[in-house]
Design a binder for this molecule. Structure first.
Ligand SMILES: NC(=O)c1ccc[n+]([C@@H]2O[C@H](COP(=O)([O-])OP(=O)(O)OC[C@H]3O[C@@H](n4cnc5c(N)ncnc54)[C@H](OP(=O)(O)O)[C@@H]3O)[C@@H](O)[C@H]2O)c1
Length: 288
């Protein structure tokens, strides 16, 4: 039985869809959800839905009973000490003696210096200390991070951030990371590595993103670099909480240092094809 936590989120849902598409029987899959009613569609497909709230360790322990493999999807609130939330899953996985614990970490893992990496570094340490067979799925940035707000960029004729125009990101689609996770969860033990650095095949630049949007939209969308302070003010003005804005500005600084640009090709090897080009995501995002 394979348990997916955070199963009602974008990644968790896609991992479950990929497992089912790969032929894993629905009743061998557990959607572990903080809000089980959001998983009603998965229950209809025969997936077992169990309550698992990282903040309620007893619920996680019940959800993991009988699990052979667990995918711990990192918690979404970056302003919290997420490793403490993740600890509930790791402890429950130890108690359930699972054969595999996979964790969605961050590209670069313990070498990453951006602040968002702190919780991942601490969680990776907890996973290693658990003594369980484990896999770190060190996910790079989702391409969707850059394409989901393109309507605003089109409205203003500019993509505005604090990263330099030449800063590079080897992003990939959420669906590709999900497919990689499903591949690892269903792989033979001998075919599995303990760490995968997952990213898109091509590291595109911020200026290149603006050029691609301009090309496809048929009008100029410039890339405008602003100071970290201005970037933060814009984010807060758009309703982003200050603590989250700080982390996003810090991530742009890390992008400038090249921390999101690695292209080891491990994601395309796991999914068996090249990752989708940035142009595809831009097209999907601005399609009328
Ligand atoms: N690599 C990247 O670019 C990137 C970008 C964004 C996020 N991330 C990280 O990757 C994770 C997965 O991404 P995503 O896009 O699938 O995120 P998402 O769509 O926001 O989903 C987050 C999931 O976590 C669940 N959750 C929230 N609090 C929980 C708790 N206390 N206990 C158990 N589950 C809880 C949510 O459940 P509910 O339905 O109950 O809210 C939801 O299912 C995120 O959580 C975040 O850590 C990575």
């Amino acid at each position: 039985m394979i348990v997916i936590t955070g199963a009602t989120g974008r990644l968790g849902r896609l991992v479950i869809a990929k497992l089912l598409a790969a032929g894993v029987p629905a009743d061998d899959v557990v959607a572990a959800a903080r809000t089980p009613e959001r998983a009603a569609d998965l229950a209809e497909r025969g997936v077992r839905v169990r309550h698992a709230d990282y903040d309620k360790p007893e619920s996680v322990a019940t959800a993991l009973a009988g699990a052979d493999a667990v995918l711990l999807v990192s918690a979404p609130d970056p302003t919290r000490a997420r490793e403490e939330q993740h600890r509930a899953v790791i402890d429950a996985a130890v108690d359930a003696k699972v054969g595999l614990l996979a964790y969605t970490s961050i590209l670069g893992g313990d070498r990453a210096t951006l602040r968002l990496a702190d919780a991942h570094r601490a969680t990776e340490a907890l996973v290693r200390e658990s003594g369980l067979d484990h896999v770190m799925l060190r996910n790079g940035w989702y391409t969707e991070n850059y394409t989901e707000h393109l309507a605003v960029a089109l409205e203003h004729g500019a993509i505005v951030r604090s990263a330099s125009p030449e800063a590079r990101v080897a992003s990939a689609a959420i669906e590709e990371y999900a497919e990689a996770a499903a591949a690892v969860l269903t792989a033979k033990e001998t075919d599995r590595r303990s760490v995968y650095e997952l990213s898109g095949d091509t590291a595109w630049t911020m200026a290149g993103l603006a050029e691609e949007v301009s090309r496809q939209a048929g009008r100029t969308v410039e890339y405008r670099q602003v100071s970290p302070e201005e970037h933060r003010a814009i984010l807060v003005g758009a309703g982003v909480p200050g603590a989250v804005a700080d982390l996003l500005v810090d991530s742009d600084a890390a992008t400038d240092r090249g921390e999101l640009a690695a292209t080891p090709g491990e994601l395309s090897r796991l999914i068996g094809r090249a990752t989708a080009p940035l142009a595809d995501a831009v097209a999907a995002a601005i399609r009328p």
